[in-house]
Write a protein that binds this ligand. Structure first.
Ligand SMILES: [Zn+2]
Length: 258
């Protein structure tokens, strides 16, 4: 995946993260279990390059520690392990808040009324702009529960590569756009029906908000609850496997995590 320039850069970057720091983060992240030694090294290298290229800044007084950097880097790079960092192009910043944050947002509706949104958020991804994350939620990536703010926001980044977050990221040449649209929209309709009927699905009901949120939420499920995604929406699991070029179900089962 990496070229010779990156290999040279990696020789400089690798000594900067001591082995115990990697180990500690890895042990806190069950969604990373089951990789071969080579795959583990590839993910670490990708995280190093990611942390080198992106700027991680603390907000609201948060001091970003090396441990936080590694926790963000590893989870952010999991979805692009087989795709490459090119998929995170055209933006630079990751902003970390200590906890939930309240973005002040103003907009004017059709009647000319100015509205101010003050809803607390755990994460945001701006088109060509920063990814914003609450550290308390990033740390909660240590639970394999289908909720992972890093996967969620970075899935939006992949989705926004071709414009709006509409649940349809740019696909690989060997994939069919028509098939993706058919599979995802049929699952979205079914998911909405279940949520409206008051069912309490294992997959985060927030996915019913919009096709863009559905893609982000299903990405969380793909990497954290692949057994459930595969059982409930096998065609989605197949499309996601082709898109991410990964099979977390087999990997996590092999590791005895599921
Ligand atoms: Zn979202």
């Amino acid at each position: 995946m990496t070229n010779w320039l990156e290999q040279r850069l990696l020789q400089r970057l690798r000594p900067r993260v001591p082995e115990p720091l990697w180990r500690k983060a890895w042990e806190r992240l069950p969604l990373l279990q089951g990789f071969s030694a080579d795959e583990e090294q590839a993910l670490r290298d990708l995280a190093l390059l990611f942390l080198h290229r992106k700027s991680l800044e603390g907000a609201a007084g948060l001091e970003v520690t090396p441990e936080m950097r590694v926790m963000v880097g590893l989870q952010a790079c999991l979805p692009v392990l087989r795709l490459g960092l090119e998929w995170y192009r055209d933006w630079v910043s990751v902003i970390l808040y200590p906890d939930e944050f309240v973005p002040e947002r103003e907009w004017v509706d059709e009647a000319g009324v100015v509205w101010v949104s003050q809803e607390p958020r755990t994460g945001e991804a701006w088109e060509r702009g920063p990814v914003i994350l609450a550290w308390s939620e990033v740390a909660a990536g240590s639970l394999l529960d289908g909720v992972n703010v890093v996967l969620h926001e970075f899935a939006h980044k992949l989705d926004m590569l071709d414009g709006m977050a509409n649940g349809h990221p740019p696909l690989h040449r060997d994939m069919s756009n028509a098939r993706w649209a058919e599979v995802l929209s049929s699952a979205y309709r079914d998911f909405n029906r279940r949520v409206d009927a008051g069912e309490d699905p294992d997959i985060d009901p927030y996915g019913a908000e919009s096709p863009g949120e559905f893609f982000a939420v299903l990405t969380e499920a793909f990497f954290e609850l692949p057994d459930i995604l595969q059982a409930e929406y096998p065609a989605v699991y197949e499309q996601f496997s082709a898109f991410y070029r990964q099979d977390p179900l087999t990997r996590l089962r092999g590791a005895g995590v599921l």
